[in-house]
Ligand binder design. Structure first.
Ligand code: PAF
Length: 304
């Protein structure tokens, strides 16, 4: 039987109740439900998200919803690819149990919500600096999805609830984690590592807009991140100047930012990074325009 695609919140709730009652506990003592929120147009990066959820949970729900609240430019919203049939087929093949694909009216029946979740200072820098309101839109829809997909108990036993987000959008992941902590959402947020093409380019739905020359030029971003990773592993100082110079030397690439930050606060590392040998954990982040396309990438750094 093909995967079930539901369009309404009521159907989502009743299908989650049915599926968790039927399958809850099949993988271990604690019944579990995984949620993979997406905007569709799924690529191999999303595949990893869904696979991670399927590997760890009794029941997995993926949402496919192009959320108008997180788009600044109406043309971007209109242009965003909508490929529900292909997405549902991919999720089905991975073993996802249920797809929630609501309309905009179903998600926001009163029109644009007057009350939103605000992301605060974490959203003011990096990606947030060039996309005002974007992370408020993300948090508003994510908090609605958390409420809608939150499983009730099964046979008196609580159901573990996990939500999967790609590490590729590191700022989104940090902000969602912070919302869960600050607002006590009963969900574990799981970050899923970036998927890279063989040449090192991080997978993104935007890569399709790169021509061959742009794509070649874009590889400088992962090279710069690897430079930081090599230094971290060798316990060397993590002064980002060399990585910045490498990116700036690449024709066709316009650097927006390159930094080494704390993965939770997104603040640049002041100590234990630039002048002294590095130990601990950090995140190197980068954003640049390559041709017409804005790309982001990042790499966790670790040295014990
Ligand atoms: O990362 C995305 O695809 C979106 O921002 C999300 C988390 C599905 C919210 O719309």
């Amino acid at each position: 039987m093909p995967i079930t695609v539901v369009r309404t919140k009521a159907e989502l709730r009743s299908e989650i109740a049915r599926l968790t009652a039927e399958h809850g506990g099949r993988r271990g003592a604690t019944p579990s439900l995984g949620l993979a929120p997406t905007m569709g147009a799924l690529h191999n990066g999303h595949r990893m998200l869904a696979e991670a959820a399927v590997a760890a949970n009794d029941v997995v729900v993926a949402s496919v919803f192009v959320n108008p609240l997180q788009f600044g430019d109406p043309k971007d919203l209109e242009r965003y690819p909508r490929t529900l049939d292909a997405d549902a087929a991919l999720l089905d093949a991975i073993g996802v149990d249920l797809v929630f694909a609501p309309s905009v009216e179903e998600m926001y029946p009163g029109g644009e919500p007057l009350v939103r979740v605000t992301a605060g200072p974490l959203a003011e820098k990096w990606e947030g600096a060039s996309r005002p309101g974007h992370f408020d839109g993300v948090l508003t829809v994510v908090s609605k999805l958390f409420h809608l997909a939150s499983p009730g108990p099964v046979a008196g036993r609580p159901v573990a609830f996990r939500a999967y987000f790609g590490q590729k959008d590191a700022q989104q992941l940090a902000i969602v984690r912070r919302m869960v902590k600050d607002l006590d959402f009963p969900v574990d947020v799981v970050g899923v590592p970036i998927v890279r093409a063989e040449d090192g380019l991080a997978l993104s739905s935007r890569n399709q807009f790169l021509n061959d020359g742009d794509r070649e030029a874009a590889l400088v971003l992962s090279r710069a991140l690897r430079l930081m990773d090599e230094r971290a592993t060798a316990h060397q100082p993590l002064e980002p100047d060399d990585a910045v110079a490498l990116i700036k030397s690449q024709p066709g690439v316009e650097l927006d930012y390159f930094e080494v930050v704390d993965a939770d606060t997104l603040e640049p590392l002041a100590f234990n990074c630039r002048e002294t040998p590095f130990t601990g954990e950090a995140l190197a982040i980068v954003a640049a325009r390559v041709g017409e396309v804005r790309l982001i990438d990042n790499m966790p750094l670790k040295a014990s």
